[in-house]
Design a protein around this ligand. Structure first.
Ligand code: ADP
Ligand code: MG
Length: 301
């Protein structure tokens, strides 16, 4: 097969590992810098170009679109889908998962557990919003934050009020969430491929920090997950329409609560924590599913 990886940087661990796995399994592979791709949308036949070259002949594409280029990246991916190239994750599913509020609404529809979450627009509603999620301490999140940036723990009602007020004053969209104390600064990352959790790790925040993101200095270990956690992760990925996903779960007194579903989960942490060759599993999954024009939406989403 001829496989393209949409990534900004060839040197990133995840990109390098995917390239290695493609080669090891006998495929031709190319890393395309997503922001350097440009497209011709005016013709009957959709085209993609890069540095003067017409991009063609790809069987499959693996999107690794960074949060800062979601808009442009999903447009490029959509163009590939219109050309009939098989995407490891579809553009619509990636767009969905990048918006924390939209994701939680979708997950709540199918009855998956999540921390009590509120969303409001008017400063006049802050007091009630705080009450609604159970009062302080509570977590405030930017709708499109990532790597733990934009996630704030407000320990008192007063602190919560002023942080929410400040964000609203800047017209920044945030959600307000019950703080799941008993998680103790840890969460479970379930790596889903197809309809299976292929690896799971527990991430622990450093002392004095509640965010377990590895980018925030968290540490990761192999973990055995419960059947309920497994089923929750698979259902969450499926609900988002993601074939490959990192589903983050908090262990709470009332069972697994989904925090978020990532569409470009990193490979470094999970491969090191579990010793598994996740990159090869991703390529294997593509080999199994890749057929021309198999995108569900064909760029229509
Ligand atoms: P990001 O997209 O920036 O990773 P997350 O929503 O995943 O944002 O939050 C980052 C981290 O903060 C999580 O991995 C978790 O450790 C912690 N966290 C987030 N929400 C909660 C919550 N409601 N209760 C307890 N801890 C939380
Ligand atoms: Mg996260």
């Amino acid at each position: 097969m001829k496989i393209a990886i949409l990534s900004r940087n060839k040197r990133l661990y995840s990109t390098r590992r995917l390239v290695e796995a493609c080669i090891a399994r006998g495929h031709e592979v190319r890393v395309l810098d997503v922001v350097r791709c440009y497209m011709n949308i005016s013709q009957e036949k959709p085209e993609l170009h890069l540095g003067g070259e017409l991009l063609e002949g790809f069987d499959a594409i693996i999107p690794r679109i960074g949060a800062s280029v979601t808009f442009y990246g999903t447009a490029v991916l959509r163009q590939f889908e219109m050309m009939g190239v098989f995407p490891a994750n579809e553009s619509v599913a990636i767009s969905r998962s990048r918006d924390k509020l939209r994701s939680l609404q979708l997950l709540s529809r199918v009855g998956l557990g999540m921390p009590k979450t509120g969303f409001a627009n008017s400063p006049g509603d802050i007091e009630d919003l705080i009450k609604m999620v159970g009062g302080a301490p509570l977590v405030i999140k930017l709708l499109e934050g990532t790597q733990g940036i934009g996630v704030v723990l407000a320990e008192t009602r007063k602190a919560a009020e002023s942080v929410i007020e400040a964000f609203m004053g800047m017209h920044t969209n945030i959600l307000v969430q019950e703080f799941v104390k008993e998680a103790n600064g840890s969460d479970i990352r379930c790596f889903v491929i197809g309809n299976r959790v292929v690896a799971a790790m527990i991430r622990q925040a450093p002392e004095g920090e509640f965010r377990s993101n590895l980018h925030r200095g968290g540490s990761a270990h192999l973990v055995r997950i419960t059947p309920k956690e497994r089923a929750t992760a698979v259902k969450a990925a499926k609900t988002m329409g993601l074939n490959i996903a990192g589903v983050d779960i908090l262990r709470s007194e009332r069972g697994p609560l989904i925090m978020e579903v990532n569409s470009s989960p990193g490979l470094e942490g999970i491969e090191h924590a579990t010793g598994k060759d996740i990159a090869s599993m991703i390529i294997e999954n593509i080999e199994k599913n890749c057929k021309p024009d198999k995108t569900r939406t064909k760029g229509k989403g």
